[in-house]
Every structure is written in C-alpha cells, then in structure tokens.
Design a protein around this ligand. Structure first.
Ligand code: NFS
Ligand code: SF4
Length: 633
C-alpha cells in the first residue's frame, strides 16, 4: 500500500487531504513528512534536558557510546524520569480541568447560568464525603462538596477520598506498595521535584511515584471531572446522533466545538439554541445553527444533548477544509496551533476562550464563567455574523456520516442491564446481570478502548480492527475519547453493529438493547470504566485484576494517555498499546512495565503495533484470567 493510501481509513478524508494539496494548505501529513525520521534518542526516551549541563543523549545500547549523562544519570534513570514527567503532565491536564469544574460547582446557583441538574448524584457524593445534607438547601450542599473537592488538590495531610471506592484487595495493594495517592497537586509537584537534577535516580522508585501520581488522576482529578460534570450538567443517558464530517450543513451556520471543558461547551449549546441567536442566523440568510463536536468536548455535548460528532482529533484541520465552518471554538487541550494558518485560508474564525490556552494568531474572546451565558452568546454571535463571508468556490462537504448511540453513563448501563433482571421481575439496580453473563462465559470479557489518533499509524485502522475482532469474539467493548468517535464513524456505536458480534454478545445486545460497542464519554470518563469494573469486582468479591477485562489504547499520543495507562495498570487492569512509548532505551524500565509490575499490581503493559497480533494477545490474556477466576469463585 502506498504511503498516501496509508494515511486514512476513510475515503472521504482522503478527498479532503487532496483538497488541501490543491489549495496549497499544509496539514499534519505534510508536517509529518517534513519531520523525516524521528530522533532515535527521543524515540527511545534516552535524551535528557533536565539541566543546562546537557542536553545529554546516552546510548540505549550497553557498552556502546555514552553510557551516562554528565551528572552520571544512566539510560534507566533518564527513561524513567521522562516517563514520570509524562505521567505528571497528563495528570495535571485532567486534574486542572476538574479543578475548573469544581469552581463552577462552587458558583452554581438556582438562578445563575450553572445549576445542579443531578441532585441525587450530588446527595450520594455528599453522603460519601460526610457533608451534612439534612435540612440544607441543595446549593449549600453543592458549595460545600465543591470546597471539599477543591481541598483534594492541596490538602496537607492524608490521602485522597475517591480511592475508597476501589475493591478492598485493591486498596490493600496500594497501601502495601506505598502508592495511595495524596493531594493531587502534591503528587504532581513531588514528581517534578524528584525528577529534577540530582534527585531520584532509581528507576523502580520513579515508576512507583508515577503510579501514585497517575492514581491521583484516575481516582482523583479525572473522577472528580466526570462526577461533577454529571452533577452540574446531568448524568448522560443514551442519545441517538450522527458522526463524521457529513454532519456539517451547507445552509446553516456551522460551529465546531473543540477542546475539553464542558463549562464552556454547555453554555455554547445553550446560546446556540437561544431564540435571539436563531433569529440572527436567519437574518444573515442561514437556516439555523449547527453545532458539531470534535475531541472530548464533542463527547461531552453529544452525551448530554445529542450534538453531532464532526470527528476525531485527527479531523480538526480537515473539518475546516470543508469551507463551511463559521467558527472553531476551543478551550483547552488537543488543539492544533496549525488551526491558525488553516483557518486563515478560509473565512473561518478561530476563537480561543481560555487564558490557559491562547494560540498565536487566533481571536481570543475570553469566556467568563461569572456571566457564562452572555459570554457564550458573544462567541456564538461572532460565528453567526461570519456566515456571509463564506467563499462559495471553496466548499466541499463530504457525504459520509453514520448513526451512533452515545451517552452510556454507569447509571445508564446499570439501568439498561436492569431490563434483563426485570424480565425476571426482580429489579436490583446492580451489576449482577453483567457479572452473571461474564461468569457464565456468554461474554468472554470486556475491553475499554480509549485514546487518540497518531499519524505514526494508519488513521483509525487499529481502533476499528481491534474493536471488530473483540466483539466477534464475544468481548464487549466500552469506549471513550477519540476512539469512541472512530467507533461512531465506523457505525460500531449503532445497534445494527451487533451483527458483527459473536453469538453470546449478540444475544446480550438483543436482550439488553445496546450496541456491542458502548460510548462511555470523554477521556476523564475513563473513570466510569474504573467504577464499572470495580463494581463488578466488588459484586463478585474479587479484585479488578481477577476479572477478564483489558484496557486498550491503539493510537495514543498524549501525555494524558500515559497517565491513564498507568492508572489503569495500577488499578489492576492490563493495558495494550498500539504505539510504542518512549521507554525502549531502558532495559530496566521495559522490564518493569511489561513484566515486573504484574507482581506489584496484578496487571502489566503489552505493546504491539500490529493490531491483529495485539488483539490475539488480549484474547489469550482474557481466557487466562477467566480460568483463574473460575478457580477462585
Ligand atoms: Ni484524550 Fe481528549 Fe482525543 Fe487523545 Fe485528545 S481529545 S483527553 S487526549 S486526542 S483521546
Ligand atoms: Fe545531563 Fe544529568 Fe543534566 Fe540530564 S540531569 S541534562 S543527564 S547532566
């Protein structure tokens, strides 16, 4: 297959890449080509630029070339330090996002822009955190819960609250390993300190610290992000939508929502449905306002409002190339700086809104949560007014789109499962039906497929191949992030996709009325997977690591993904990677991550760039776990 053909799975995207070439617009593929061969030292993780005596590049090969940096750091030290810093950076991104959501909950009020939509969920959390609820106004409770949450970031003593939710054996493992996460900011700061020049050089110690920090993400910041978003904006329920660039509308104002933080996107959704804005759209000659989401923000708004999905991380430039986007509205994370030059080639406005993510050349309209709806309206207005500036000769909207069901929170999954129990007139609201089909082997196991796109591999090929192979083998798939959008575009989030599943999974899909691949949300929502797995483990009275469950990141690229992978393994679930992490320069780090860590956590990392080979190992591992589980039960 030629390199050009390798670019994309989707023929429609290839047409847009061709359009970019014809119009002389540079995309990530041109830049990937210009990058030529990646730096071998960086790729293996053996380049250190932590102090100004360096940068030091040490040899990944024993006995050949420089074996130590100027300070004496070995390849093992340098690789482990770099890995730890990736985990810290990833943790900071998810957790700082959560901090903002906690602030929004702290300002929520009955007559303000932000209200409390899921009171029940708030009350459950208040009780869990021992916040008094009796006789109190729901907003007082919300404010106190938000304060408790904000203290989780910097409390001087003790460990985090959410890890209490894990199964008992898991908590014991964390305690014995000394990796119970303390305050979130503290874990990040400790990593930055310990990885600075002349501090920790012991690789195993650095990896243990990485595990603790990652847990402050999975069982801290991310979990808070997910829970609080549900409380403020509503716990998602299954919603039918459409996905891929074919969701863009030629005769409407198209707004591309990109980024992560629902406190902005929720308000944009509200503003775009405001009669004043709709009237303005008609005045400029448009038939309406069409929102389309990309990246995690896309997942957040599709789960709660059925907003259509324009696509994945990889499609952010391609969406603009259609020539029909009036504005790309972004907040934080996964935003290509190249959106400035690409939008400059069209009438498209590129609007940044967060002081945390200003982009050179973009129009910055700062989003102010205190006057959120007004702020959102100003941003939407700028988009609507731009409709008249479209360049008609530059329009090309691909036809391709697929139907998808999005928005399965843990609560929605349990409710859906209840249908099975209900058929026996015994509604329990528990994960019993799921545990039963897993035990009986009707489902062989479950896989969480998550993460990004990476131009190192054929776009979305790995996501889709792995999903198809797993469901054909009766492994149910839950998915988040850009992997979920890849699944949506491939039609795997529709009930129709059950025909691709094995007999057992097909029966479950029919009985429970779900697709074989279940959309669980954005990347902070990976904590929904932790919750679900832990609930099943507790129900069976075993540990997470005893269950036939795997985590998969076929096309990961972000530091956030490294943090996620590490907290998933630390939570006792194997992680399968389709892109090699920059750790191959250290024998010791490789040995710990792909081998020894199993003795500590009951799970480990597997890496293979061939999606079929990777899935074969996954399936074997699932069967291995099943056998052990049978003996245990
Ligand atoms: Ni996740 Fe969100 Fe997509 Fe990757 Fe980026 S959107 S937090 S990092 S690219 S899955
Ligand atoms: Fe080189 Fe050590 Fe400085 Fe890193 S910390 S740049 S290995 S001298």
């Amino acid at each position: 297959m030629s390199e050009e053909k390798m670019v994309s799975l989707d023929i429609i995207d290839e047409q847009l890449i061709k359009k970019a070439e014809q119009e002389g617009i540079e995309t990530m593929w041109d830049r990937k080509k210009a990058m030529k061969t990646p730096c071998g030292f960086g790729e293996q993780g053996v380049c250190c630029r932590i102090c100004a005596m360096g940068p030091c590049r040490v040899s990944p090969v024993e006995g050949k070339g420089a074996q130590r940096g100027i300070c004496g750091a070995t390849a093992d030290t340098i690789v482990a330090r770099n890995f730890a810093r990736m985990v810290a950076a990833g943790t900071s991104a998810h957790s700082d996002h959560a901090r903002d959501i906690a602030h929004v909950m702290h300002m929520a009020s009955r007559d303000g822009s932000y209200t409390i939509k899921d009171e029940k969920k708030l009350l459950v959390l208040a009780e869990e955190w021992e916040v008094k609820t009796e006789g109190r106004d729901i907003y007082d409770i919300a404010h106190e819960v938000a304060e408790v949450a904000l203290n989780e970031f910097g409390k001087p003593f003790g460990t985090l609250r959410f890890p209490e939710r894990a199964p008992e054996p898991r908590k014991k493992i964390w305690k014995e390993l000394g990796i119970e996460p303390r305050a979130i900011d503290r874990e990040i700061a400790t990593i930055m300190h310990s990885t600075s020049i002349g501090c920790t050089s012991d690789a195993e110690s650095l990896l243990k610290m990485s595990m603790r920090t990652s847990l402050s993400n999975g069982w801290g910041g991310s979990m808070m992000g997910s829970e609080f978003t549900d409380i403020i904006f509503g716990t998602p329920t299954p919603t039918v939508t459409e996905a891929n660039l074919g969701v863009l509308e030629e005769k409407q104002v198209n707004i591309l929502l990109h980024g992560h933080d629902p406190s902005l996107s929720e308000m944009i959704v509200m503003a775009a449905n405001d009669p004043e804005m709709l009237k303005l759209a008609q005045e400029v000659g448009a038939e309406g306002i069409n929102l389309a989401g990309i990246c995690c923000t896309g997942n957040e708004v599709t789960m709660r409002h059925g907003v259509k999905l324009a696509g994945t991380f990889y499609q952010q430039e391609l969406a603009v190339l259609t020539g029909v986007i009036e504005a790309v509205i972004v907040d934080v994370q996964c935003i290509f700086p190249s959106l400035t030059p690409v939008t400059d080639c069209y009438h498209t406005k590129f609007i940044t809104t967060s002081p945390k993510a200003k982009v050179t050349g973009a129009t910055h309209i700062e989003f102010n949560e205190a006057v959120a709806l007004e702020s959102a309206k100003a941003i939407v207005k700028a988009a609507v007014e731009n409709y008249a500036n479209r360049k008609q000769d530059k329009i090309f909207i691909p036809k391709s789109k697929a139907q998808a069901i999005t928005g399965y929170s843990v609560e929605a999954v349990v409710k859906q499962l209840d249908r099975v129990v209900n058929s026996h007139i015994d509604s329990q609201g528990t994960v019993k039906p799921l545990a039963d089909v897993l035990k009986a082997g009707v489902l062989r196991g479950a896989a969480g497929i998550v993460g990004c796109n990476n131009p190192k591999v054929r776009h979305e090929y790995s996501h889709i191949e792995i999903m198809k192979k797993l469901i054909a083998n009766d492994v149910i798939v839950v998915t988040t992030g850009c992997a979920a959008q890849a699944a949506a575009k491939a039609g795997l989030l529709s009930k129709d996709a059950a025909k691709l599943a094995g007999k057992g999974l097909q029966a479950v899909c029919e009985l429970v009325d779900i697709p074989p691949v279940i959309h669980l949300g954005s990347c902070v929502d990976n904590t929904r997977i932790l919750k679900l797995v832990s609930a099943v483990a507790k129900f069976m009275d075993v540990d997470n690591s005893d269950l036939p469950v795997v985590g998969v990141a076929p096309e990961w690229m972000s530091e956030k993904a490294v943090a996620i992978g590490t907290y998933v393994v630390s939570s006792g679930i194997d992680v399968f990677l389709g892109v090699v992490p920059p750790v191959t320069g250290s024998k010791e780090v490789m040995d710990i991550l792909t081998n020894k860590i199993e003795d500590m956590t009951g799970a480990k990392f597997f890496v293979d760039t061939d999606p079929h080979a990777l899935t074969d190992v996954m399936l074997a591992r699932i069967e291995e776990k099943r056998e052990k589980l049978e003996q245990k039960l």
